[in-house]
Design a protein around this ligand. Structure first.
Ligand code: 5GP
Length: 290
């Protein structure tokens, strides 16, 4: 094997900066795709003139399409005989055309997606349900923006978009949220673009939000189905919040007080489901989309 070139300190530094810039650029493109700000086709078009995007792995591109998770991406790539390590620039014409067909925007005769809003007290298990719907049932699960600090295991653009209060307020002014609300001292909001584009493209959409936001969504879109998730018992909820261990005792007490208020408001919802068994809840939610 040829020896690698000997780089000066400056050249090494420049190479590292270039790699970091490319990674950030690809990450930003994936977020725009997830948000619905860019379509699959837009990214392929950009890759024709942008070397950084052309070097993105096809697998990462497909996984970032709303409603497609890791499993569906792997199945699709196997079906189209595209290697999991292939980059966009390495795709053949037939593979490109086949991918375009998979992600073609359906014609206007296609059904509009269903909008399901899932609320319920913190700790009831909404995120587990949302993750199942996203990865196994092709739901577009909206990623919210929030001004609260990230928890240790949370990732930007995947769990939330973490914003400063000023950034959040600017987005409110620009009408970028479908709904937003203050909860336990932080602001939370649903980015509008991803939800509206996904519904128009026929994807079923799940919002996992607190009750004030759920009411706002219903006020604007009467077709939204509001579902309230109840814990099997109050003791069950307290135990789950304590086991989480990510909140201070004061914060936990605040969350429990909010949970009591939320449970009292469940009568405003179209449907109340008890989270006794994740699979039961998931299949009830899927049945609402047909
Ligand atoms: P957590 O801080 O535990 O992630 O979320 C606190 C509460 O905010 C949960 O009830 C969660 O469903 C809700 N929430 C998350 N994202 C949004 C959003 O975009 N809008 C509203 N209104 N509530 C949200």
């Amino acid at each position: 094997m040829k020896n690698p070139p000997v780089l000066s300190v400056l050249q090494r530094q420049q190479a590292l900066e270039k790699a970091s810039f490319s990674r950030k650029k690809r990450a930003a493109i994936k977020i725009q795709l997830k948000n619905g700000e860019l379509s699959f086709r837009d990214v392929l078009d950009l890759a024709k003139t942008d070397q950084i995007i052309a070097k993105m792995r096809v697998r990462e591109l497909i996984e970032s399409v709303p409603g497609v998770g890791k499993i569906r991406a792997a199945v699709m790539m196997e079906k189209l005989e595209i290697s999991l390590t292939r980059r966009i620039q390495g795709l053949g014409v037939h593979q490109l055309n086949a991918l375009m067909r998979e992600f073609a925007v359906p014609s206007s005769s296609t059904r509009r997606g269903k909008l399901i809003v899932l609320s319920g007290p913190g700790g009831v298990g909404k995120s587990t349900i949302a993750e199942r719907l996203r990865s196994r049932n092709n739901f577009y699960v909206s990623v919210s923006a929030t001004t609260r600090n990230p928890r240790p295991n949370e990732r930007e653009g995947i769990d939330y978009f973490f914003l400063s209060r000023d950034e959040f307020l600017t987005k409110i002014d620009n009408d970028e949220f479908l709904e937003w609300a203050e909860f336990a001292g932080a602001l939370y909001g649903t980015p509008r673009a991803g939800v509206e584009n996904s519904l128009a493209q026929g994807h079923d959409v799940l919002l996992e939000i607190e009750i004030e936001g759920a009411r706002q969504v219903k006020a604007h879109s009467s077709e939204a189905i509001l579902v309230f998730l109840q814990p099997p018992s109050w003791e069950h909820l307290v135990a789950r919040l304590e086991a989480r261990g990510t909140d201070t005792p004061e914060r936990r007490a605040q969350r429990l007080a909010l949970a009591q208020e939320e449970i009292a408001a469940s009568g405003d919802f179209d449907l109340v489901l008890v989270n006794d068994e994740v699979e039961n809840v998931v299949s009830r939610l899927v049945s609402l989309t047909t």
